[in-house]
Design a binder for this molecule. Structure first.
Ligand code: AMP
Length: 367
């Protein structure tokens, strides 16, 4: 039999790469990372590591890797195209190209009939007035590229704020979006391998604070099967269109009129961290399986309820978590810094009441 072990190269060496490696080692995989430096959370887990902006490190990764993946939608698409001429890179450049630019991403949603908030692309200050006249206020101005965790965004309530909003874009191209009065925020993760097998995790509910994800409830409470099907249909269309291999995450707004797509990420996603203990197969293992051509694993929850609480800024009373039944602590070995994701706690429970009781005990980790 052909061994299933592969050498997996990862562009980026943060916590997502770290959790990919942790989930891939039981399958016999080896990992190499190109990050920023030896302080990266993944660096010391790898069989090789180097710097992504160092040509010799890139050559070393090409020699090391049977397949290459990446951790961030801000990965250089030209680098991915160049590497892909020598080693398969999954997800491919098409996924990265669409996901790293809000204008292209929304154009794709439009083409595939995936509803999203009304929007206008805004390349210069003069275009902003026209966009506001068409969409009305309030509206959200976002940089087309490099936005994450609510950064590079400005909620415009009145015309007097337009100059300040444009200044916040710091000269970058932007997208103006109509403000969505959503009921709640949901997300879904799908996984596809090169043999066109595809699996979907249940929709989850996400709560943010200051633009940063704080808590995920999995599955999202009170989701009709038809809504899950609708979300899976959107994912299927995106996977097929981009010939996507690996995990794909889509953030959605749930509104009175149904789901609106917000943004997608061509990678494992923070709102899927619950799946490490919460699902039969975690998003990380399924990503590793997908990019190495293995059969995909079941996405069904192991217990009726799960939640994920991010540990942000400071580590907090983590020893308390170790005493709590049904709780699992994940720390990324990162130094404390305001707003920085340092780890997360997963909780599994048989009833909603038990889940809420556990979440109440985890309140010290929440804002
Ligand atoms: P994003 O970076 O696009 O995920 O936006 C970060 C957060 O800002 C989202 O999770 C929402 O809570 C909020 N947000 C973004 N876009 C809109 C919008 N068009 N209307 C209302 N809230 C939004």
């Amino acid at each position: 039999m052909t061994p299933i072990s592969r050498h997996i190269g990862v562009l980026g060496a943060g916590q997502l790469g770290r959790m990919l490696a942790i989930s891939g080692y039981p399958l016999g995989q080896k990992f190499g990372f190109l990050g920023a430096g030896p302080g990266d959370p993944s660096a010391l887990l790898g069989h090789m590591h180097g710097a992504v902006d160092d040509a010799r490190s890139v050559e070393a990764l090409l020699r090391f890797a049977d397949v290459i993946t990446y951790e961030s939608e801000n990965t250089d698409v030209e680098l991915v195209r160049r590497l892909a001429r020598e080693v398969p890179v999954y997800p491919g450049a098409a996924s990265l190209y669409h996901a790293q630019h809000r204008g292209r991403e929304k154009g794709l949603f439009d083409r595939l009939g995936i509803p999203c908030a009304p929007y206008r692309r805004v390349a210069e200050r003069a275009a902003l007035d026209g966009a506001v006249a068409e969409l009305g206020l309030p509206a959200v101005l976002k940089t087309a590229t490099e936005g994450y965790d609510g950064k590079g965004q400005y909620l415009v309530r009145e015309p007097g704020e337009l100059d300040a909003a444009w200044a916040a874009m710091a000269g970058r191209e932007a997208v103006l979006e109509g403000f969505v009065a959503f009921r709640r925020e949901l997300s879904i993760i799908a996984v596809r391998n090169a043999a066109d097998e595809h699996v979907y995790y249940p929709l989850v509910e996400n709560r943010h604070h200051d633009g940063i994800l704080r808590t995920t409830i999995a599955p999202a409470p009170a989701v009709e099967p038809a809504v899950q099907q609708k979300a899976e249909g959107y994912m299927r269309a995106l996977l097929d269109e981009m010939d996507h291999v690996g995990c794909l995450a889509l953030e959605l707004f749930e509104t009175e009129d149904g789901l609106l797509a917000n943004e997608m990420a061509p990678r494992v996603h923070n709102s899927g961290h619950w799946s490490i203990e919460g699902a039969q197969t975690s998003q990380f293992e399924n990503h590793v399986r997908a990019i190495t051509g293995l059969p995909l694993g079941e996405t069904t929850p192991r217990q009726p309820w799960a939640a994920m609480v991010n540990i942000i800024g400071e580590t907090g009373p983590v020893e308390e978590v170790l005493r709590m039944p049904g709780c699992h602590l994940h720390l990324y070995d990162k130094a404390e810094r305001p707003g920085r994701k340092l780890g997360h706690v997963n909780v599994l429970a048989d009833t909603r009441e038990a889940l809420d009781a556990a979440l109440a005990r985890l309140a010290p980790f929440l804002p």
